[in-house]
Write a protein that binds this ligand. Structure first.
Ligand code: ATP
Length: 253
């Protein structure tokens, strides 16, 4: 479908087209589209931009990744479709490993998503050979790699599901989430909860990582000055304002 660049929702429409094409290719699961739609709704309330709260969380996320011994970034179908290259750039900037973990897992899909990320990013990913399990999850979603997720001290989990996020936190890992839903179990399990759209959040975390790299004082300051709960409260207040604002706009028409 041809989308006019003048359309006020141009970017969102282009991304929707890409996600639909990725379902055809077997990268995104059909229910991944529903998760994407939920994200869009929250993003609307934030004005579809990186808020100051998101920027603060993104700076703390970069600091946490840079200070980690074994950082890992997990990638599922939606994340691969939206930001494979950007996630790999973040991995390069922070020395993190990238591991593919799917919610709706099949050998075929796993291999397709690994291929896509490797092709688009030029890095080697973990996940084809899942030789370990994450305690506390009964299903196939427990599967992970011993060199990657299982050994990680800090994990960045974009668009992850709540069970796995909680299991990672329980296993003692420091969790950084990227999830537009400030109420999701994933967000609540995170030590640093980034409430921002993935394609905006990831390049901004990379930008902070490049800026903070080698600056031990800057990394320590970024972490000590960041208050996750306060930050999340401010995000929710901002969403409530967004809702009130749009109601007022409508009554004025
Ligand atoms: P949980 O299982 O953590 O309680 P959930 O049921 O909302 O929460 P999922 O159904 O796995 O979790 O949905 C994935 C989450 O990802 C949604 O909360 C949605 O808001 C968020 N999301 C979807 N697309 C994006 C995106 N592009 N950027 C950031 N967040 C997104």
């Amino acid at each position: 479908m041809k989308i006019s660049k003048d359309h006020p929702r141009y970017l969102s429409l282009v991304i929707r087209e890409r996600m639909a094409a990725m379902v055809e290719e077997g990268i995104v699961s059909p229910t991944g589209l529903i998760a994407h739609g939920r994200g869009e709704a929250f993003d609307y309330l934030l004005g579809e931009r990186t808020t100051p709260e998101a920027d603060a969380a993104e700076k703390a996320a970069a600091a946490l990744l840079l200070g980690a011994k074994r950082p890992v970034i997990t990638v599922n179908g939606n994340a691969a479709a939206l930001a494979a290259r950007e996630l790999a750039e973040l991995a390069r900037a922070t020395g993190a490993l990238v591991e593919v973990n799917l919610f709706h897992r099949s050998e075929e899909r796993l291999s397709k998503v690994c291929d896509l990320v490797e092709r688009e990013s030029g890095i080697k990913v973990l996940g084809r050979d899942q030789d370990a399990v994450l305690e506390g999850i009964a299903s196939d979603r427990a599967r992970c790699t011993s060199k990657g997720l299982l050994a990680a001290d800090v994990v960045l989990i974009p668009l992850e599901d709540g069970d796995r996020a909680e299991a990672m936190a329980k296993a003692g890992k420091k969790v950084i989430s990227i999830d537009l839903n400030p109420l999701s179990r994933t967000t609540l399990a995170a030590e640093v909860a980034v409430v921002d759209e993935l394609t905006r959040a990831v390049p901004n975390i990379t930008r902070w990582a490049v800026e903070l790299k080698g600056d031990a004082g800057g990394i320590a300051d970024a972490l000590s000055s960041y208050e996750n709960e306060e930050n999340l409260d401010a995000v929710m207040r901002r969403m409530c304002q967004g809702l009130k604002g749009s109601t007022a706009d409508r009554s004025e028409r």
